[in-house]
Design a binder for this molecule. Structure first.
Ligand code: SAM
Length: 175
């Protein structure tokens, strides 16, 4: 079976977009992927190292704005969103104590939903294999499962026979 992020990319690559947001830049793989499909990509991280790593990966790309700020401030930089990726957790090969946190993640998801254009989707890759990730997953699941079905389609892609496997949540704003 494909990985969770491969599943997300495969769905996203079916379309082109005006504005894309990578809410968790990390090493820039998702940002680079989005840059090939969108007119403009805004990419957020709180770690300078993420921006350094991503800048290196994006050498030949000029439609990306790398932003050293926490993702719940997305509305300071972006007016509307056509596709967004949250790939929660910590920087692989980085400091594992610097990870996304439940409260700011939830705030960023709420802002992302507000900015999302009708017919467009936010993709959340959620990791439950570490303590903060578990806490984050409970809070996120509770919030998204209560979104009004008349306004949003909310779906999940999950391995149901592996307790601590990461999973994907998709939030589509209905037209
Ligand atoms: C799993 S990595 C993301 C992987 C990345 N999308 C890629 O393609 O390499 C998670 C990233 O989220 C970042 N992060 C943690 N808290 C954040 C916050 N409040 N706002 C934005 N990024 C944050 C971490 O620094 C880390 O780089």
């Amino acid at each position: 079976m494909e990985s969770m992020i491969e599943f997300v990319h495969r769905r996203i690559e079916k379309n082109n977009y005006n504005i894309a947001v990578d809410f968790t830049m990390g090493n820039g793989y998702d940002t680079l992927f989005l840059s090939g499909l969108a007119n403009k990509v805004y990419s957020f991280d709180i770690q300078k190292q993420a921006l350094i790593n991503t800048k290196e990966r994006l050498k030949d790309v000029n439609n990306v704005e790398l932003i050293l700020d926490s993702h719940e401030h997305v509305d300071k930089y972006v007016d509307s969103i056509d596709v967004g990726i949250f790939n929660f957790g910590y920087l692989p090969n980085g400091d594992h104590s610097i990870t996304t946190k439940a409260d700011s993640s939830l705030e960023a998801i709420k802002k992302g939903i507000e900015l999302l254009n009708p017919g467009c989707i936010l993709y959340l890759v959620v990791y439950v294999g570490h303590d903060e990730g578990k806490r984050e997953s409970v809070i996120i699941d509770e919030y998204v499962s209560k979104l009004d079905f008349k306004l949003f389609n909310v779906g999940m892609f999950k391995m149901i026979n592996k307790e601590l496997a990461p999973y994907v949540i998709m939030i589509e704003k209905r037209k």
